[in-house]
Design a protein around this ligand. Structure first.
Ligand SMILES: Cc1cc2nc3c(=O)[nH]c(=O)nc-3n(C[C@H](O)[C@H](O)[C@H](O)COP(=O)(O)OP(=O)(O)OC[C@H]3O[C@@H](n4cnc5c(N)ncnc54)[C@H](O)[C@@H]3O)c2cc1C
Length: 372
């Protein structure tokens, strides 16, 4: 088949590498001029690696990622550093962390030569015909895959958009320029309406994120200073992580997810994949993981050679799975971001009372990949 992929994010690159590996001809249109990923670090659970392995991409992503976090004490702490809950490492043995830019570099390296077209914004046909419009010219394909992110124009053009909604909090992300000693401890620290997360990267640097429940649309000239003000007096090594990050490299994004999951991920011969289909809050660390699952599911289903049957099964399987995770992620965000002292106090008490093995089991079905 000739397949057009719109968007070279995690989802678009994975499906393009997957289908390219099966011998299909792929063209990836990316409107950005630079191929590098926007973002800092990322964690991927076993489900993402199961899916990557199923299409032969697991090892190239393992090579650029680290399982150090799975061997550390990880879970939730209070701002003073007391553990609310810590997850037994056996519960998340396959959790790995990596820099987004490294993930994208690895996936770009797995694409068929010449398939990535940078600086090319592409548009789908509203009726789902497998046609792509680039710079006023139309090109026909057998299948079009729209992996154009949370604010997907393709989803809107296809008439499948139900809007995005603000999750009520903003997020900062950074990667330290040098190694920071985390003393074998990682995970999240939950305050009132604020969270700080520490994730060790393969080269001893640390990917950190911080969130705050607040109105959307606020920005400061020096976001690192904002983070320092909010989190600098929390337990070590939080301040060390902030200080070891270049001020201009601190990213800030308000968090949105899809207001509703589209009624279908498939229209005619055009398919939605990744955040375009099921943009979710980052609270379960599953957005990229689910984009990877989409890509592996579609790649494997297309092996049958029966395009319509494969697309309809993709729609059925992926909507069912991602709707649950999209909903749980938002609920988790609401609990984690609790800012009222009573709400936050109840949240902490519940966490303290929950056996960590139970916590691990509760997330295990999400972290399990099932081949179609
Ligand atoms: C703070 C934060 C932390 C996160 N942490 C994690 C985590 O730890 N683990 C995890 O699994 N997920 C995480 N996620 C979610 C994850 O980042 C996303 O789910 C994932 O990147 C989605 O990939 P995608 O390919 O669907 O979309 P995107 O990465 O958004 O890629 C879409 C691409 O399409 C391009 N594009 C858009 N329109 C067009 C067009 N018309 N023509 C051509 N190109 C176009 C864009 O330029 C972009 O490159 C996090 C998200 C946030 C906000």
């Amino acid at each position: 088949m000739r397949v057009a992929v719109i968007g070279a994010g995690t989802g678009g690159l994975t499906i393009a590498a997957g289908l390219g590996g099966e011998g299909h001809e792929v063209v990836v249109y990316e409107r950005r001029v630079e191929p590098g990923a926007v973002g800092a670090g990322l964690t991927l659970f076993g489900n993402a690696f199961g899916a990557l392995d199923a299409i032969g991409l697991g090892d190239i992503v393992r090579e650029v990622s680290s399982d150090a976090i799975a061997r550390m004490r990880a879970g939730q702490r209070t701002p003073s550093g007391d553990w609310l809950v810590s997850m037994p490492s056996a519960m998340v043995p396959t959790l790995r962390s990596l820099h987004r830019a490294e993930l994208h570099r690895a996936l770009v390296g797995a694409l068929p030569a010449g398939s990535l077209q940078l600086g090319q914004g592409a548009t789908v046909a509203a009726d789902g015909q497998p046609v792509v419009r680039v710079d006023g010219a139309e090109e026909g394909f057998d299948l079009v895959i729209a992996a154009d992110g949370l604010r997907s124009d393709a989803r809107a053009l296809l008439g499948l958009d139900r809007g995005v909604r603000y999750a009520g909090y903003t997020a900062w992300r950074g990667v330290t320029v040098s190694g920071v000693n985390v003393h074998g401890e990682a995970g999240e620290t939950w305050g009132r309406g604020r969270i700080f997360g520490i994730v060790p990267l393969p080269d001893e640097r640390v990917y950190w994120f911080a969130t705050e429940s607040t109105a959307a649309g606020q920005h400061a000239d020096d976001e690192r200073e904002t983070v320092r003000e909010r989190f600098g007096n929390w337990h070590p090594p939080i301040l060390a992580c902030i200080d070891a990050t270049t001020a201009t490299a601190v990213l800030r994004h308000d968090i949105y997810d899809l207001a509703r999951i589209p009624a279908t991920f498939v229209k005619g011969r055009t398919v939605l994949l990744g955040d375009a289909a099921h943009g979710m809050t980052p609270n379960l660390g599953q957005g990229a993981g689910q984009a990877i699952e989409d890509a592996a599911t579609l790649t494997l289903l297309l092996r049958s050679g029966e395009l319509d049957a494969a697309l309809s099964r993709y729609d059925e399987l992926r909507r069912k799975r991602t709707r649950v995770i999209w909903r749980q992620s938002r609920l988790m965000g609401k609990a984690a971001q609790a800012s009222h002292p009573i709400g936050a106090g109840i949240r902490d008490a519940l966490l303290r009372a929950t056996p960590s093995a139970f916590m691990g089991r509760a997330t295990q079905s999400i972290q399990r990949w099932t081949e179609p």
